[in-house]
Design a protein around this ligand. Structure first.
Ligand code: HAM
Length: 421
């Protein structure tokens, strides 16, 4: 019986790889402009890192992690996100020693045991950035701009930036109490998830996807009315910079994010045509995370973009680039001697950095020409018995249909000129 890939995973097939390479190139370009440097961390980490980093009562940790004991009995987890790993690496490798602000980016697979549907997978890819070491709200603005400008540079429209502040350990406890007082009379009406969130993390009730919980949240106290002076001043500055830079945003007091490490600024970028999975980017400030993972108190902020969702959005707007694959020369060989000579010439052409191919099945001239067309060959080099004898090639330019007899030595120079034109 055929063995299929696990549910929620996808093969990226040769025809689609070009789209990923395109995205990866755009990511590298924009990160260079903004001064973010690439970091690559392991796919799995000690489970403890995510328990402490993301928070034990989050959905990600409680329900979605791929956790397993290794053969030495250690508990390991496939990374469900990369912020905790980036912070671990920052501490372990003392990246803070070199610069007061460390700006990192990454791309790669993340793993969550989510319910698969369009735009939601169990293995998915994120492009993320993290800026560590600076509390100034202008870093928040730079990070938000980087997310928006990246998406815009791909041509995406209809992007909506949702912005909130989730406060800090100074102002959040009082807000939590207010929220609990608001929801207490409705306890029995909340969904079972929210009933358990009520005591542990009542802020999460605000972004419950259950329609009834959503309705019950109407009129709930807003965190932005309960911020301490420091958080309020920070949030005001972020907003005033965004206005100054003409970046439209919507204040969204129900935006609380699903990971526990957030403080102050929280944001998401929605691409509404994607429907249920419209969040293409999510991020925010996490001023307590470095300390949580064992370092000195260090502020941080970042975001991650779901690349499958970006590709879906690009497909919707018909913005996926047409990437043409071709070979520079296809060898059509007739007879065994011609085949051997063609093989030698093909290797020379390849060694010169050009793409060459030939048909290995010894088919007819017509069939080989068909193959050359299929491979979108720019030139076809035809070799028969006569050509082998007088060390010549019949070279056909497939664009102009022009055909010319040349000697072996002329092949690479002619191809190089032809390819340039
Ligand atoms: P997140 O909101 O959990 O944040 O994920 C960021 C983005 O990853 C989402 O907006 C979505 O586009 C994509 N994503 C999440 N889960 C899935 C899934 N199952 N399938 C497909 N795409 C998905 C984080 O991961 C934080 N680490 C972001 C961050 C960085 N905050 C600060 N720094």
């Amino acid at each position: 019986m055929l063995i299929n890939g696990p549910r929620g995973t996808k093969d990226i097939l040769p025809d689609t790889v070009a789209q990923w390479l395109y995205l990866e190139e755009r990511i590298r370009d924009i990160c260079r402009c903004y001064g973010y440097r690439e970091i690559r961390t392991p796919i799995f980490e000690h489970t403890e890192l995510f328990l402490r980093g993301i928070g034990e009562t989050t959905d990600v940790v409680e329900k979605e992690m791929y956790t397993f004991p290794d053969r030495g009995g250690r508990s390991l987890t496939l990374r469900p996100e990369n912020t905790a790993s980036a912070v671990r690496s920052y501490l372990q490798n003392k990246l803070y020693a070199a610069e007061s602000i460390v700006k990192l980016f990454y791309m790669g697979s993340m793993f969550r045991y989510d319910r698969p549907q369009a735009g939601r997978y169990r293995e998915f890819h994120q492009f993320g950035v993290e800026a560590l070491g600076e509390i100034n709200p202008s870093v928040d603005v730079e990070i938000i701009l980087l997310a928006i400008e990246f998406l815009r540079s791909l041509g995406l429209e209809a992007l909506v930036l949702h912005l909130n502040s989730v406060g800090c350990p100074k102002c959040r406890p009082a807000y939590r109490e207010k929220l609990q007082a608001f929801f207490r009379p409705e306890m029995a009406e909340l969904c079972t998830d929210c009933q358990s969130r009520f005591a542990r993390n009542p802020l999460r009730i605000l972004d419950c996807k259950n329609e009834h919980c959503h309705a019950l949240s109407q009129g709930a106290p807003r965190i932005t009315d309960c911020l301490c002076d420091e958080c309020k001043a920070h949030f005001d500055k972020v907003q005033s910079y965004l206005k100054e830079l003409d970046v439209p945003f919507e204040l969204d007091s129900n935006l609380v994010r699903g990971l526990d490490y957030y403080t102050k600024t929280a944001f998401e970028v929605q691409y509404t045509p994607l429907g249920a999975q419209s969040a293409v980017a999510g991020g925010g400030r996490y001023d307590g995370l470095v300390e949580e993972i064992g370092g000195d108190a260090t502020p941080g902020i970042g975001f991650a973009i779901g690349l499958e969702r970006v590709l879906l959005a690009l497909e919707k707007q018909e913005l996926l680039p047409e990437i043409e694959e071709y070979v520079d020369v296809f060898f059509v060989a007739l007879g065994e001697a011609a085949e051997k000579t063609s093989f030698k010439l093909m290797q020379k052409v390849r060694a010169a950095g050009l793409a060459a191919a030939m048909d290995f099945a010894g088919r007819s001239l017509k069939a080989q020409m068909k193959q050359a067309n299929k491979k979108k060959s720019r030139f076809v080099a035809i070799l028969g018995e006569d050509e082998v004898k007088d060390t010549s090639i019949t070279l056909k330019n497939m664009k102009t249909s022009e055909q010319k007899k040349i000697v072996f030595e002329e092949l690479i120079p002619m191809l190089s000129v032809g390819v340039k034109n």
